[in-house]
Design a protein around this ligand. Sequence first.
Ligand SMILES: Cc1ncc(COP(=O)(O)O)c(C=O)c1O
Length: 406
Amino acid sequence: MLPTSLASAAKSRHHPAMSDVPAFGAPARRLFQLEDGAIYLNHGSYGATPKAVTLAQRRWQDRLEAEPSRFMEREFRPGLRVAAERLSAHLGVSGRSIAMVENATQAVNAILRSFGFAPGDEILITDQTYNAVKNTVRWVASRSGAKVVEVALPFPAFSEDSLVQAFAAGLSAKTRVAVIDHVTSPTALVLPVARMVAAARQAGAKTLVDGAHAPGMLPVDLPTIGADWYTGNCHKWLFAPKGCAFLWAADAVRDDLHPTVISHGYGQGFVAEFDWVGTRDASPQLALPDALAFMERFGVDRIRTHNHEMAVEAGRRLAEAWDTEVGAPPALTGSMITVRLPDGLGATQPEALELRRRLLDERRIQVPINALAGGLWARVSAQIYTQRPEIDALAEAVLVERRNAA
Ligand SMILES: Cc1ncc(COP(=O)(O)O)c(C=O)c1O
């Protein structure tokens, strides 16, 4: 079963003419710069940029250096607006409501540091909130006297209802902002964000959805989600170069939102403030239209559905091989899945990191491993370049590790 959001998109799947589109797997891998012989199962952390998109990024850099003043003064901001407009069509909102930023961390900082928290206010996060975001929340709270409330989400997760209930238990009349992940980082759960946003809104809280992983992995229809702020990375599942993300703000909160770097645009509105945050190389953001074109060539829904099905299948194969379990059912899974490793390999984060290091250094398998729920869990990303034998190689490598540890 697909997450609700993927299922509705799959119905309206439109395929481009397929004759000139490379097949998924080995042919698609040749379109990327990934090292030969390496097994790359961690698209989720930093993405991987197709060669064609890197070339587009370099063309922007060449244009900049050919006439720096003309580029910075005339071409750069219109280019950013083209990228925002192009992206906005995928998000169901206007380009004017989108700021291009370098990453989700920057966006979360801009939102939380612009918000006027007072002593006694509460900021709601979960135990699965991304650590950099947790730190930002803690920092903002420590400076304003606000209180951080952290709720534990069920993991392994079985149902949307249990996730919504666990989240809602942390809401109170004092909650000013609730931070909700669209896809959790350590556990790869697709959270029922629209339901969580509705619960927070009912409690009178504003909602910041951290969709770092969502664009390209899930359909992101911002009006349906209904949050006050939403940020997503384009350098993960949208194939943009690293340093490309967006920040969307609803009309009612947009004027009070400022970038973490105040520059020439201050006081001239959302777009002017975010588009100019000092001299910089914005080629990752300027190349976003090429990344979107790359995806559209394959079919955006087709990629999402392929990656989802492959993640679910990888989870099934690994859990079978290791006689363990997955962290989420298909309805709560996007393009990444967590799978519990067999007992006997440790249960602490240092042991998780050491095993991850060995898999990389000794077997060239790149896969995050985390200590969760009393055991070690691997988080496997499926992407158009992933091949089934790579999943089998991970299954076998872990079994060898287990035998060596016995
Ligand atoms: C849920 C979540 N939020 C925020 C981030 C931060 O992304 P970035 O480093 O691009 O700012 C990540 C990165 O993996 C993430 O998983």
